[in-house]
Design a protein around this ligand. Structure first.
Ligand code: 3HC
Ligand code: NAI
Length: 688
C-alpha cells in the first residue's frame, strides 16, 4: 500500500500523504511524492494540492531512518522536484508541519494553513539542521532574522504569525479539504512561483551579536551555530550553491555524537510511556485533584493541575500557610499567563481552585496528592485520615522524595490505590514525574498516573520503591563522588566548572547553594544512623552549614551572593573547606568528569539491575528531565555506551584502588562488559 493517494477533483490533483501516526517522510512517502508529481505533470489537472491525512500535515523526515544508509530519492530531491514542477502546487497545511514537513510546503508554490496550525523547523533539537532546503528557502520567504529565529530556537510559530511574516499565503476556514480545493480553484492559472527563485535575503541586522548570544545560550551544543552558518550562506551564495552548502553541513551534523545523543533522547522520551503490563489498561477518570500541603511542592503541583484545566482542592493545616499557598499559586498563574500558558479565562482557572483546612473537602476528589513534610509518621497519619474521607476508587498519591511508598500504603486499607507521584521543583515547570509503583499498586492506578502526566505536559517514568527511587538515588551517589574529590583536595569551584564545561547548566555546588545547605545537612543527619563506617561524610559541607552559609537564601554558601545571584568564588568558603579536607590531591577537569560520570553510571546500572528502572533509557530520561543532564549527551547510559562500557569499568577499577568501598562495580556493568554488550542492547527489550 502506497502512503500517497492521488485523485482528480475537477481538474485539481489532490495528493494526500497517509503515513500514520505523523505522516513522516519515510522512503515510501518520498518515492510516492516523486511519482505523484510526475503524474501531475503528465495529466490534465491545472493545479495540485498536497495535504496530510489524519491530525497533521507532515511531522518531518522519518527520524528512525537516520544513521542508516540513505535510500533515494532523498528529501531535498523530492522538494526540488515539487518546486520544479511547471504547474502550481499548493501545500494545504493543518495541525502541524515540522522539519521536512515544512520544507515540503516551502517547495510548493503556495501555502494555505488552517487556523492554529503549528509550523516549525525543530531540527536543531535533534542535532541536525533543516536539510531539505529549509535554511535557503525560509530566509528568502521571511527574511534573515525571522528565519534565524525559527531555525535556531526550534520553536514553531502559529499559522496567523506565519501569514504575518510571509511563510504562508492564506489562512483557510472550515474543512481542510474544502478550503484547499477552494484555494486551488482561485489559483488556477497562477504561475508556479518558486521560493528558490526569490531574491537572496540580506544578512541579519546584527549577525555578530546574534552569534554571540546564541553561543552563550546553547553551551556546547553544535547544531544551532552550524544552522546559522547555513542560513548565512543563503545571503552570499546562489540558491543552488546554498543548497549544496546546506547539504554539506547537514551531512556533517548527521555524523556527530550529539546527533546520536539527541535522537536517543527523542525516542527514549516516547519509549518511557510504554510500561510492562499496562497495554490496554484503561486509566481512571480524573477531573478533581486534591493536594495536601501547600508548601513548595504542593503549591507547584496545584498550579500544574490548574494549568491543565483540572479542578483542584488544596488542604493546609492552618490559615497562614493556606494564605501563603494561595498567594504562591496566584503568582505562579500570573507568570504562566504572561508566558501564554493559561488555557481559558483566568477567572475560571481561579474558580477551579478551592483551598480548605479540612480533609472532608477531599471526599469528592478523584486523585489526592500528599505533599506534606518528609516524615514517615506525618505521612502515615495523613494517609490514615485520607483513607477515612476519600471516595472509593480515589487514587492516593505521595510526593515523597525518599520514603518507602509501601509503608505509606500500609497506613490505608486500600494499598492498591496508593502510588508515588514524585514531582520535581518547581512542580509546574519541571517536566519529570517519577511514577513510583509500590508492591500492591493496581495497574489502572499506574496507567492513570501516566495519563495524568500526559495531561500535565510531563514526561512520566516508572520507578520502583527504594531510597530515592531512580533519580535521587543516583544523585546521592554521583554527588558523593564529587564530595569525595573535595575531601581529597579539589576545589568545588573547579568541579562546578568542569561539569559546566561538560554541559550541565550548573555544577553540583551551585545546585547546593540553590537548594539550601540545610537540606543536604538534614538528609545526612537522617541517613547517619544507617551509614556504613566507611562512608565518607562531607564534613566541609557540615562546616559551611554550621557557619550559617546556607546558600543563596543566606547570601552565602559555597559562593558569595552579596553582589548578585550569580555568586562569586569566596576565599572565606575555601578556608572553611580546607580545614575539613583530608588531603591535597589535585584532579584534572577530565578526571573530575570521569569520576562524577562513573559514579552516576555505576549506580544507574544497579538501579536497572534491581528493576527500580525498567531499562537504561528510563534512567536517561530521568536524568535529562529532572537533573539538568545535558541533552546532547543523550543521558548517562547513552554517554556510557558512547564511551565504551569497558572504559567506564576500567575507570571504576582505577578509582577503587583508593576507595574500594565506594567504588564497587555494578554486577550488571561487569556482565555487560564480559558479554561485549551495551546498555542500548537492554533498551531493545520491547515492552509487551
Ligand atoms: N519520524 C519518525 N517517527 C516519528 C516522527 C518522525 N519525524 N515524529 C514522531 N514519530 C513517532 C514517535 O516516535 C511516536 O512513535 P511511537 O508511538 O512508536 O512511540 C509516534 O510517532 C507519535 O509521536 P508523538 O507521541 O510525539 O506524537 P504527538 O502527537 O505527541 O506529536 C509531533 C506529534 C508534534 C509531530 C511530534 O511527534 C514531533 O515533534 N515529532 C518530531 C518532529 C521533528 O522533529 N521533525 C523534524 C524531523 S528532522 C527533519 O525533518 C530533517 C529534514 O530537515 C531533512
Ligand atoms: P514544605 O515544607 O515547603 O511544605 C509542606 C507543607 O505541608 C507546609 O505548608 C505545611 O503547612 C503542610 N502540611 C504539613 N502537614 C500537613 C497536614 N497534616 N495537612 C495539611 N498540610 C500539612 O515542603 P515541600 O518542599 O513542599 O515538600 C513536601 C514533600 O514533597 C516532601 O515529602 C518532600 O520530600 C517532597 N519533595 C520536595 C521537593 C523539593 O524540592 N522541595 C522535590 C520533590 C519532592
Amino acid at each position: 500500500m502506497t502512503p500517497i493517494r492521488y485523485e482528480l477533483v475537477d481538474r485539481i490533483a489532490v495528493i494526500t500523504v497517509a503515513n500514520p501516526p505523523v505522516n513522516a517522510l519515510s522512503h515510501a512517502v518520498r518515492q510516492g511524492l516523486v511519482e505523484a508529481v510526475l503524474r501531475f505533470r503528465k495529466d490534465d489537472a491545472d493545479i495540485a494540492i498536497i495535504l496530510g491525512d489524519g491530525r497533521l500535515f507532515i511531522g518531518g523526515a522519518d527520524i528512525s531512518e537516520f544513521g542508516k544508509p540513505l535510500k533515494a530519492p532523498s528529501l531535498p530531491e523530492v522538494v526540488s522536484d515539487i518546486e520544479a514542477c511547471p504547474k502550481p502546487i499548493i501545500a494545504a497545511i493543518h495541525g502541524t508541519a515540522l522539519g521536512g514537513g515544512l520544507e515540503v510546503a516551502l517547495g510548493c508554490h503556495y501555502r494555505l494553513a488552517m487556523p492554529g496550525t503549528k509550523l516549525g523547523l525543530p531540527e536543531v533539537t535533534l542535532g541536525i539542521l533543516p536539510g531539505a532546503g529549509g535554511t535557503q528557502r525560509t530566509p528568502r520567504l521571511v527574511g534573515f532574522d525571522a528565519a534565524a529565529d525559527m531555525i535556531t530556537s526550534s520553536k514553531p510559530i502559529l499559522a496567523e504569525k506565519a501569514l504575518e511574516i510571509g511563510l504562508v499565503d492564506r489562512i483557510g476556514q472550515g474543512d481542510l479539504r474544502d478550503a484547499a480545493l477552494a484555494y486551488a480553484d482561485d489559483m488556477r492559472g497562477a504561475p508556479a512561483r518558486q521560493t528558490g527563485a526569490m531574491a537572496a535575503p540580506v544578512p541579519g541586522t546584527d549577525l555578530a551579536a546574534r552569534r554571540t548570544a546564541l553561543t552563550k545560550r546553547i553551551r556546547g551544543e553544535v547544531a544551532p551555530l552550524v544552522a546559522l552558518d547555513a542560513i548565512e550562506a543563503s545571503t552570499r551564495l546562489s540558491f543552488r550553491d546554498g543548497l549544496a552548502e546546506e547539504r554539506r553541513l547537514f551531512m556533517h551534523l548527521m555524523d556527530t555524537p550529539q546527533r546520536a545523543g539527541l535522537i536517543h533522547a527523542f525516542f527514549s522520551e516516547r519509549a518511557v510511556t510504554k510500561v510492562d503490563g499496562l497495554k490496554g489498561v484503561a486509566p481512571r477518570d480524573i477531573a478533581h485533584v486534591g493536594v495536601i500541603g501547600g508548601g513548595t511542592m504542593g503549591a507547584g503541583i496545584a498550579t500544574a493541575a490548574l494549568l491543565a484545566g483540572l479542578r483542584v482542592t488544596l488542604v493546609e493545616r492552618d490559615n497562614a500557610p493556606a494564605d501563603r499557598a494561595r498567594a504562591t499559586i496566584g503568582s505562579n498563574l500570573d507568570a504562566a499567563q504572561k508566558r501564554g500558558k493559561l488555557k481559558g479565562a483566568r477567572e475560571s482557572v481561579d474558580k477551579a481552585l478551592n483551598i480548605a483546612l479540612d480533609y472532608e473537602a477531599l471526599s469528592d476528589a478523584d486523585l489526592i496528592i500528599e505533599a506534606v513534610f518528609e516524615d514517615m509518621e506525618v505521612k502515615r497519619d495523613v494517609f490514615q485520615a485520607l483513607d477515612n474521607v476519600a471516595k472509593a476508587g480515589a487514587i492516593l498519591a505521595t510526593n515523597t522524595s525518599y520514603l518507602d511508598v509501601n509503608q505509606i500504603a500500609q497506613a490505608t486499607t486500600r494499598p492498591q490505590d496508593v502510588v508515588g507521584l514524585h514531582f520535581f521543583s518547581p512542580a509546574h515547570i519541571m517536566r519529570l514525574l517519577e511514577v513510583v509503583v509500590a508492591d500492591q499498586t493496581a495497574p489502572d492506578v499506574t496507567a492513570t498516573a501516566f495519563a495524568l502526566a500526559k495531561r500535565l505536559g510531563k514526561v512520566a517514568v516508572r520507578a520502583g520503591v527504594c531510597d530515592g527511587f531512580i533519580g535521587n538515588r543516583i544523585l546521592s551517589t554521583y554527588r558523593a563522588a564529587a564530595d569525595h574529590m573535595v575531601l581529597d583536595g579539589a576545589s568545588p569551584y573547579d568541579i562546578d566548572r568542569a561539569l559546566r564545561d561538560f554541559g550541565f547548566a550548573m555544577g553540583p555546588y551551585q545546585v547546593s547553594d540553590l537548594a539550601g545547605l540545610d537540606i543536604g545537612f538534614a538528609t545526612r543527619e537522617r541517613k547517619a544512623a544507617n551509614a556504613h563506617p566507611r562512608d565518607r561524610r562531607p564534613v566541609f559541607a557540615d562546616a559551611l552549614y554550621h557557619a550559617g552559609r546556607l546558600g543563596q537564601k543566606a547570601g552565602r554558601g559555597y559562593y558569595d551572593y552579596s553582589e548578585d545571584r550569580k555568586g562569586r568564588e569566596d576565599p572565606e568558603a575555601l578556608r572553611i573547606i580546607a580545614e575539613a579536607q583530608t588531603s591535597q590531591r589535585s584532579f584534572s577537569a577530565d578526571d573530575m568528569v570521569r569520576r562524577y560520570m562513573a559514579a552516576m553510571v555505576n549506580e544507574a546500572a544497579k538501579v536497572v539491575d534491581e528493576g527500580i528502572a525498567a531499562r537504561p533509557l528510563d534512567v536517561d530520561v530521568v536524568l535529562l528531565h529532572g537533573y539538568g543532564f545535558p541533552r546532547w549527551h543523550g543521558g548517562p547510559m547513552h554517554w556510557a555506551d558512547a564511551q565504551g562500557l569497558e572504559r567506564v569499568l576500567q575507570d571504576i577499577a582505577r578509582f577503587a584502588q583508593d576507595d574500594d568501598h565506594f567504588w564497587q562495580p555494578a554486577p550488571l556493568l561487569t556482565k555487560l562488559v564480559a558479554d561485549g554488550r551495551s546498555f542500548a542492547d537492554l533498551n531493545r527489550k520491547e515492552a509487551p
